[in-house]
Design a protein around this ligand. Structure first.
Ligand code: ADP
Ligand code: MG
Ligand code: MG
Length: 652
């Protein structure tokens, strides 16, 4: 999870006082990287995935399952030993995550040439899982599930915890402080400072899934049990209230990072993959239940956005919370620091940026004055509207030429659907990278591998076939909302571009590498930075609403080729060894079946299991007994003891 620096964290008051210092140095650090590395490089393609896991402990006697809080300490310490001892040829690397019950695994070294490595990725994921399994106690399990359905309920952790109530780190009524990773000061401090900055705990309202026996209106009485007055004001009919960073950052995801051969290619890929983010989020949907309830959403996105939303009320509304009057001293910020991206960054694509961009004007001027082109300056200065959340005393005075902690501090706490990653200073072997971040983790390694293979292949398809998937960014945002809804994968309709061929003006621009030149001589190339294929008016006519199936598998009726048929055409044009092509086809079939509904999303698997369980009372409540059987079956699936079909047929 982003930057991890060990040391003594400063208090929020101290951190806030240093915010401008960090931003100023962060911008200088970015500029140093940019100027050192903006030239056309020849970095070879490298890529890698990140899979997050939840560790559980079964209490078979009482038919209960709890979150095992030793994952981030005992387990992680053991898993990281070889790396800490300096071993290099490792098959996996392990990283801490926000919750004490989570761990994150990546391949030991990034993959290289993609076709040669496609056959390894699923095996590597299995290997990672086995590595953790060898360390587990007999009653423990490691699951790739996005959300633990009973997180934040009483007695949901092992060892037992005592909810910190109002004085706790995240001031949560439900999520215990002990479930925040204690192995690194960053996590608790993040949670604490987000609360302090926004002036109280998170307020996340998730619509409840309305079943036949669900109370109408559904109104929780948690405040009666807890006798805490504060809770009363958060109660919202027909919604589940979540109030801690742990409800969002305690969910697991699947991310893919890939290198680009130069800064221009990275920017182009960042933009072209952005319209795919809501589609892939909906296809990977895996988080239907939270705090013991079934919700009416299949994805964690809005929950995680709300869970780290550090904006004050004045920043959210633009008005003084006391008087309700508009204020000019505080700038309105439309979105959380965790959310979908707000702008495209390839120079020709500015026209598609049709939503309000708030930027740090001082940072913007400095970037422009130093030769960064308009759109990249806008991107960086948009990230730099945020305050640093965690600072370590030991890492304040650093050399802006050789280190980038202050830049990374702001960058890595802008948790957006895509991330544009500049090379770390000094690391010649690491180039400009792009991270695809919206996906939820899958129930099987085969499915996780399928999503990774699909995204990596999409990057090749975009570059080889010069695909253009851009739609106005406001429509990507609209799609993000659509994609979280229950069963969006089958029922949702998403804006998507009809004609996928990249216009000649962009091709010429890319071939001439004017994107890079733009950074050098802004004025001269500005006239080239326009797409002559669209205007502010016509760009809206280039996209239509389609289902996920139509987007992925194609539609005769809408005369849309579909991304998978295009991918197959691309693969046909390559000389790929038969066995490799077979395994690629297996993964692409999984993607095709997910899009057309043949293979249910993890969210749908979990829902079906719950609906059919005899202890589920059609009241939206996921009780201990249902949860125990569900987790046990998913564990059997992930140990290859049963198939997905067995799981669906297995309700007691
Ligand atoms: P994050 O910034 O998301 O915390 P990292 O950048 O450490 O994570 O790693 C994310 C993924 O990037 C891993 O799968 C890793 O193998 C991969 N990776 C590492 N080096 C490179 C590289 N030079 N180019 C592309 N991907 C890389
Ligand atoms: Mg992570
Ligand atoms: Mg990541």
């Amino acid at each position: 999870m982003g930057l991890l620096t060990v040391g003594e964290p400063l208090s929020w008051t101290e951190t806030k006082a240093l915010a401008e210092f960090v931003r100023e140095h962060g911008i200088e650090q970015f500029l140093n990287i940019f100027h050192a590395r903006r030239h056309k490089g020849d970095d070879t393609l490298k890529w890698g995935d990140e899979v997050e896991y939840i560790v559980l402990e079964f209490d078979h006697q009482n038919r209960k399952v709890r979150l095992a809080l030793r994952a981030s300490t005992e387990l992680l310490t053991t898993l990281q030993k070889p790396e800490e001892a300096g071993e290099t040829d490792l098959s996996s690397l392990w990283r801490p995550e926000f919750a004490a019950y989570m761990i994150e695994g990546t391949p030991g070294v990034p993959y290289g040439n993609m076709f040669a490595f496609f056959k390894d990725i699923e095996e590597n994921m299995r290997l990672r899982r086995r590595e953790v399994m060898s360390l587990l106690r007999p009653n423990e399990a490691i699951l790739s599930i996005s959300s633990f359905p009973r997180s934040g309920t009483l007695d949901s952790c092992s060892p037992p915890t005592f909810v910190g109530t109002v004085d706790g780190t995240s001031k949560s009524l439900f999520f215990p402080d002990e479930a925040i990773n204690p192995g690194h000061p960053r996590f608790g401090t993040l949670s604490k400072h987000i609360c302090e900055r926004r002036g109280g705990p998170a307020n996340i309202q998730v619509p409840i899934f309305r079943d036949v026996n669900t109370a109408s209106p559904f109104v929780e009485d948690f405040f009666a049990q807890m006798n805490i007055d504060r809770a009363r004001r958060y109660r919202q009919a027909d919604h589940i209230f979540l109030d801690s960073m742990g409800f969002g950052m305690g969910c697991c995801c699947l991310q893919v990072t890939f290198g680009a051969s130069n800064v221009c290619e990275a920017r182009l890929l960042y933009d072209q993959l952005t319209p795919l983010t809501p589609i892939l989020m909906a296809m990977s949907a895996a988080s239907p239940a939270h705090r013991g309830y079934l919700t009416d959403r299949d994805c964690r996105w809005a929950i995680i956005a709300g869970s780290v939303d550090d904006r004050t009320e004045a920043e959210i509304t633009g008005t003084d919370p006391a008087t309700g009057e508009a204020i000019t001293t505080v700038r309105r910020i439309p979105k959380s620091r965790y959310d979908s991206v707000d702008l495209y960054i390839y120079p020709t694509n500015k026209i598609y940026n049709d939503i309000e961009i708030v930027r740090n004007e001082k940072a913007y001027s400095r970037l422009i004055e130093s030769g960064v082109d308009e759109l990249l300056a806008e991107h960086i200065s948009h990230l730099f509207i945020r305050d640093p959340l965690v600072l370590f005393k030991e890492k304040l005075d650093i050399d802006d030429k050789t280190e980038s902690d202050h830049f990374e501090n702001i960058q890595s706490t802008n948790w957006q659907s895509m991330r544009f990653k500049p090379p770390p200073p000094g690391a010649k072997e690491i180039g400009w990278r792009v991270e695809f971040r919206p996906m939820e983790v899958q129930l099987t390694d085969e499915e996780n591998a399928a999503f990774v293979v699909f995204i990596v292949l999409m990057t090749r398809l975009i570059l080889s076939f010069n695909l253009d998937m851009l739609i106005p960014i406001s429509r990507v945002e609209e799609n993000m909302k659509e994609g979280q809804k229950r069963n969006a994968v089958l029922d949702g309709l998403f804006w998507f571009r009809k004609d996928l061929s990249l216009p000649q003006c962009v091709l010429t621009h890319f071939a001439a590498n004017e994107c890079e030149a733009a950074a050098r001589i802004q004025e001269q190339v500005t006239p080239c930075l326009k797409r002559n294929d669209v205007t502010k008016e016509t760009m809206y006519t280039k996209s239509v609403k389609m289902s996920v199936d139509e987007i992925i598998n194609g539609s005769h009726k809408k005369k849309f080729p579909g991304l998978l048929p295009l991918l197959h055409a691309y693969l046909d044009s390559m000389k790929i060894e038969a066995l490799t092509r077979c395994s690629i086809n297996k993964y692409l079939q999984i993607i095709a079946n997910r899009a057309n509904g043949t293979n249910p999303t993890p969210a749908n698997v979990i829902r079906s299991f719950i609906y059919n369980h005899p202890d589920y009372k059609q009241d939206s409540i996921v009780n201990d007994s249902v949860n125990y059987d569900l987790m046990k079956q998913i564990w059997s699936l992930q140990k290859d003891e049963i198939t997905l079909k067995d799981l669906l047929d297995s309700c007691p």
